[in-house]
Write a protein of this length. Structure first.
Length: 231
């Protein structure tokens, strides 16, 4: 199937998962995970109606941005961010999904402050408690939000998670539901510079489950662009 047909199919699947959960599909943002796809393919996805482009690697993002790959859609950074690359991402990405430490929060705020901007971020939650993944533990989220509230050039917009790899999408439901609960509980508290708007979870294999459990941002790559070929 073509990129255009895939985007339409993903939209339909989001709409039915939303309807099943009694939600409005219009509140769910489709982030195209564009890694390893060139500017031409990304432009087709944007024309087909994805809401956002999400890029993983800083160097790849800079190169493709210079070619106008993301023209017509907001750009988000969704990959693992290293401290020494923060200055290349701040201000270019409208939202950084994957902030996984206090150190990174501080660095982002410092650089944004120097540039006179406010950077929007999500806190990444290691919802499966996996040693191989970065992210805040669920228990640490209230303190991390308090910490981020004190940083002047940062605005925390919500939470993001990548649950453990599993054989069947239903297996992720407990993680997605736990994320939704964490999101709701923490949205109820009021912190400065924190607006809990976005819950980013769900990828090609499980985005309908994620929507069903309350995601309002899904990050979909291969279901739009086809399987990635790694060499
Ligand atoms: C690649 C990637 C996705 C999308 O993965 P697919 O399985 O291809 O949909 C989502 N989120 C992040 C952080 C990614 O790196």
């Amino acid at each position: 199937m073509s990129i255009e047909e895939n985007v339409a199919l993903v939209r339909r699947n989001i709409a039915s998962a939303a309807a099943e959960a009694g939600r409005n599909a219009g509140e769910i943002l489709l982030v195209a995970a564009t890694k390893m796809n060139d500017a031409g393919r990304i432009q087709r996805a944007i024309a087909a109606g994805v809401d956002v482009c999400g890029e993983n690697r800083v160097q790849e993002m800079l190169e493709k941005n210079a070619l106008g790959a993301y023209r017509g859609a907001p750009l988000h950074f969704i990959g693992h961010l290293q401290k020494n690359k923060v200055r290349q991402v701040v201000g270019l990405a409208a939202l950084i999904h994957s902030v996984h430490s206090r150190e990174l929060l501080e660095e982002i705020s410092q650089i944004a402050e120097k540039r006179g901007i406010i950077q929007d971020v999500l806190l990444e939650v290691n919802i499966g408690g996996e040693a191989s993944k970065s992210g805040f533990s669920p228990e640490d989220i209230p303190a991390a939000l308090e910490f981020s509230a004190r940083l002047p050039a940062l605005r925390t917009r919500g939470l993001m998670a990548i649950p453990p790899i599993c054989a069947f999408p239903e297996e992720n439901r407990p993680y997605f539901l736990r994320m939704k609960q964490l999101f709701v509980d923490n949205a109820a508290k009021k912190y400065d510079n924190v607006c809990m708007d976005f819950l980013s979870m769900g990828m090609s294999g499980d985005y309908t489950e994620a929507v069903n459990c309350g995601a309002n941002m899904v990050r979909v790559g291969s279901a739009i662009f086809g399987a990635r070929v790694y060499d």
